[in-house]
Design a protein around this ligand. Structure first.
Ligand code: NAI
Ligand code: NA
Length: 396
């Protein structure tokens, strides 16, 4: 079949195996071009198939020659229907890692469940003995709680009052005003249950209980802050409460790792186009203006550039890990620069359906969105018949 992007709302229903492979290869080349990183050698990445988690796995493997175990929740391909993009990414990652002589195995299933944790612990025990870095990079709309059996659904809502601001439909380029009604207490609890720190703690507790954490093990989870423009719907909204909880969890995990000299960090990353961020109102408009400015300034980064900098200049630079007043690593430093934010705020006021194509980087947004699904990569023959049912070496 010839695979083309098929959109429904903010999601793309198809994904391209060859394009996803190209995406992974491009990220590997980038990491190799930046030279070795004196980092961890046995790495567990939870949420390893797309976005920041995939970049973390690639950086570990191809920057530090690390053995990696990746956990993710992706749909394999079935006859006549493509896989979810993270499946193809992971298949390509394993193939490349194995070619390079690196250990790489993957577990596909619900990371929130006891069963997937059990499988992962057993695999570490059998193959690696212990891990020295655990990246926690889940982004999920739901969590089935493994103890209570409650199905929590996260929401993206402001807290306290209705939020009204501009937004863009990045498919059509239409800039409109959107109003989002405030969350209730249950919405907040549910969002914290899905995207807060409880599951991160459960993972680290389980690993520690079975002596699977190496002396001095480090764990990192990813957070976001962003500008005042998006504050009501992001950092001061339901998702912000979850991020507050995640950030607080870093301290409690660090306490629990004292006996092995381990440490937990939250890294605050830059706003980027991912499946998750495309679904948040207001954010795509912000990102399209931000990209324009950051590209003009020569400081634009994608996931792989962000994570390469996190590992090389923050986690494994050879000196103390630099953190802000709240103990967080900041790789959103270029996004949050005063001059960048002042320019974005000014453009925000000017943004309309008519002006956005020239004052914003709508084309860059669309390109990155299609890239998530393996489309629009140079060097890929999208007109070719693609019938192969792609398996992941350690899973098939
Ligand atoms: P993503 O959607 O690209 O990646 C999510 C990963 O989680 C995928 O590997 C997916 O398979 C996995 N996953 C989801 N549900 C799962 C489940 N139940 N069991 C196992 N695996 C599951 O997301 P992205 O953007 O890379 O987000 C990762 C983290 O980075 C999140 O905490 C997010 O809030 C944070 N972040 C994102 C920013 C952005 O602009 N995209 C900015 C700063 C932080
Ligand atoms: Na991820």
């Amino acid at each position: 079949m010839i695979i083309e992007p098929r959109m429904r709302g903010f999601i793309c229903l198809t994904s391209h195996p060859k394009g996803s492979e190209q995406n992974v290869k491009n990220q590997i080349e980038y990491i190799k071009s930046k030279g070795p990183i004196d980092g961890a050698k046995k790495v567990l990445v939870i949420g390893a198939s797309t976005g920041f988690g995939l970049a973390s796995r690639i950086t570990s493997a191809f920057g530090s020659d690390a053995a990696t175990i990746g956990v993710f929740f992706e749909k394999p391909p079935v006859e006549g229907k493509t896989a979810s993009p993270g499946w193809y990414n992971s298949a390509a990652f394993e193939t490349e890692a194995h070619k390079a002589g690196l250990y790489a195995k993957s577990i596909n299933g619900d990371a929130f469940s006891n069963e997937i944790k059990r499988q992962t612990l057993d695999l570490i025990k059998a193959d690696l003995g212990q891990v020295d870095l655990i990246i926690y990079s889940l982004a999920s709309p739901v969590r089935l709680h493994p103890v209570t059996g409650v199905l929590h659904r996260s929401v993206l809502k402001p807290i306290g009052q209705t939020f009204t601001n501009k937004t863009v439909d990045f498919h059509t380029g239409n800039v409109t005003e959107v109003s989002i009604a405030p969350a209730n207490d249950e919405d907040i609890t549910n969002t914290v249950a899905v995207m807060g720190g409880e599951d991160w703690t459960m993972w680290i507790d389980a690993l520690k209980a079975e002596n699977l954490l190496a002396e001095g093990a480090t764990t990192v989870a990813y957070s976001y802050i962003g500008p005042s423009l998006t504050e009501a719907v992001y950092r001061k909204g339901t998702i912000g409460r979850a991020k507050d909880d995640l950030e607080a969890t870093a301290f409690s995990i660090t306490d629990s790792l004292k006996s092995i000299g381990g440490k937990a960090y939250v890294s605050v990353n830059k706003a980027l186009v991912t499946q998750a961020s495309s679904a948040i109102p207001v954010i795509p408009l912000y990102i399209s203006l931000l990209y324009k400015i950051m590209k003009e300034e020569g400081i634009h980064e994608g996931c792989i550039e962000q994570i390469q900098r996190l590992f090389k200049d923050r986690l494994y630079s050879g000196s103390d890990v630099p953190v802000d007043e709240k103990g967080r690593i900041r790789i959103d430093d270029w996004e949050m620069r005063d001059d960048v934010q002042e320019k974005v705020a000014k453009l925000w006021l000017e943004a309309t359906t008519e002006t956005l194509p020239s004052i914003g980087d709508l084309a860059g947004y669309r390109n990155d969105f299609l890239n998530l699904f393996g489309f629009e990569f140079a060097g890929v023959d999208y007109a070719a018949d693609t019938n192969e049912v792609v398996g992941i070496e350690s899973i098939k």
